[in-house]
Design a protein around this ligand. Sequence first.
Ligand code: ADP
Ligand code: MG
Length: 724
Amino acid sequence: MTDAINIAELKELSVSLLKGVGAKRSSALAGFEVESLFDLLTYYPRRYIDRTKEAKISEMIPGSEASLLVTVEKTDVRRIRGGKSLVTSTVTDGTALLKLTFFNQNWRQKQLVEGRQAMIYGKVDLYRGQRQMTNPVVDLVGNRTGRVIPVYPQSEKSGLHTWDITEWVAEALRRTLPPKGRGFVDPLSDQILSEHDLVSRDFAFRAIHQPENMFEVTQARKRLIFDELFRMQLALVLRKRAIERTEVGAAHQISGPLIKQFKANLPFELTGAQVKVIGEIEYDLARSVPMHRLLQGDVGAGKTLVAIAAMLTAVDSGHQAALMAPTEVLAEQHLVGIRKLLDGMTVTDDSSLFKDRPIKVELLSNRVSTVDKKRILSQLLLGEIDIAIGTHALIQESVSFDSLGVVVIDEQHRFGVEQRSILREKSRSGLSPDMLVMTATPIPRTAAMTVYGDLDVSILDELPPGRTPIDTKWVRSSANFTEPEATAAPEELDEMWDQVRAQVSAGRQVYIVCPLIDESEKLSVASAEETYEYLQHTELSELQVGLLHGRISPADKDLTMDSFRAGKLDVLVATTVIEVGVDVPNATIMVILDADRFGIAQLHQLRGRVGRGSHRSQCWLVSDPTTPEGEARMAALVASTDGFELAEVDLDLRGEGTILGERQKGRNDLKLASLRRDRNTVVEARNCAIKVVDSDPGLESNEHLASELESFLEEGDAEFLLKN
Ligand code: ADP
Ligand code: MG
């Protein structure tokens, strides 16, 4: 018996080998990115026409919608009033005649040629006693006989018809599947197939294109979706294991004196989630395999404490730690907070008289003076600084550590993969640091498995006790206050300003976030200034109002922030510069103007600036959305304060493209699978990939799997994942 066909071979065979595919059609197909037989066989139907569900013209009730399979009898075009044209076509399904009418679509005459079969969808009306459809949707299907007819995505302009594709696919299947063909290699073992209840690949490729019934389509899809997700997870798991094999890190001592002291000194109990996550991290740290862990936690869940615990473990073990924040403000805030928490702690130091010295935490940012910077750099290299906190400045070339044990990256979305690898090389010890990446914009677990599939994921899904939930209200109104006719819902707006004034007179403070204008900073600044002017002279004329935006000098910005922190300002009007990090527990109202211009994650972040103290907080979304999606986002924010729940909604609304896009460029071969719809399969595929890789790290006894994966990977990747 000859060998079965694998995907690599299928990718080598050109569609021009098929009967009827000449140069012209090859290039039309190339327009859909269909060049090889593999491309063609994975050019999946957009939908199916299930003829067992088909209606009959004679049974149609006027006013109802239906899909009908018809044959064209004749088509005419004529001019009507106003220089327009009217195409009328008479069609039949053998039970009765039906008239189709199209306005100004002359090209229909060429489409609806006598004798052609078409599937039509639309509403049937009675016009002068005759059944007719106006502007129905038309799919030409060719003279197909099957009971389920596939409809392929194609545009009429390409000159290709869905039945052309059907025919070529049929020929490709005839020549590849038994009895004439050799059949496809199935890289999945019988055990995996039966465990996951999957059909064979031969069956799947045939049934997705030529199903006998819709159940076969379901089975075929299940298998093909699994294949896509499994290949993706296999690559991710292999990458993870390969990194683990090639890098050596420190095996840290856990539960050392510093960490014990730190836990004992905390003014509160750790939450259950914090205990669990710190445990997961300690497990990683104790091993010499470097940690690569993503910590997802909602705003205010207490990620900083977890980060400190990880860093102290490094210091306890005689190494250093670094914390990298996305902005100067955040880095400075971390410095203050962490110094306070570690106040009075000491580390052993044999060179000192008392054999110990105070733990040393330093800031390295672009605002540090040249003199200080020089000192800090040399102390870092000598190991005299235990914890370095900073921004991008931490990964500059001039920075080296004596022995960097743990790196924490806060708010990962601003840091790329390359920057992570630079950090790895910063240590004189030659050890790869353990890495913890923290994010406050959670993405759903299954998406994280794919987007960050080479990281382990920990989740802080519990807020510290005593938080008062934030009340979120949506005022359906434009925020264009200067044009009163544009603002609806005046009573609700009045109520909102009443609340603002009431909270201020109770001693609380308020943020007002101005609309984001088309990503343009200049316009956003203008709108913030306008809003500030307007409010000062109207609603908030009695209050102390400050203004903060990206064009204000750093010195003035600091001044404004300091006054707000000190309570000298009642209200802060700002652009999104306050999105991350600002921490003023006395602030209890967040007003977001034209809120529908922001994404769910950003709104949730902004809202997280309040509700940080013991006082009850409110968030007001002022917005008159222009799209259903905008409405859905407002409704979601009102309905939930749970970041993970919101992340699911976000994924549903935006689709996975946006999430995948950031990190999976070129690695995305998902044609059928969807990270949202197929959530469960993502988990199944990942577990299956872990099982396979852990029992066969180089895929040596899974050669079909290895060669299939190789045909999907870039050259360098394949080398790294499979050959080392
Ligand atoms: P995140 O970085 O996850 O948004 P933080 O680490 O800044 O959250 O913590 C938010 C606030 O909650 C801080 O003031 C912190 O001191 C406090 N906090 C953290 N953990 C606990 C806990 N277990 N109990 C009470 N308060 C906590
Ligand atoms: Mg934080």
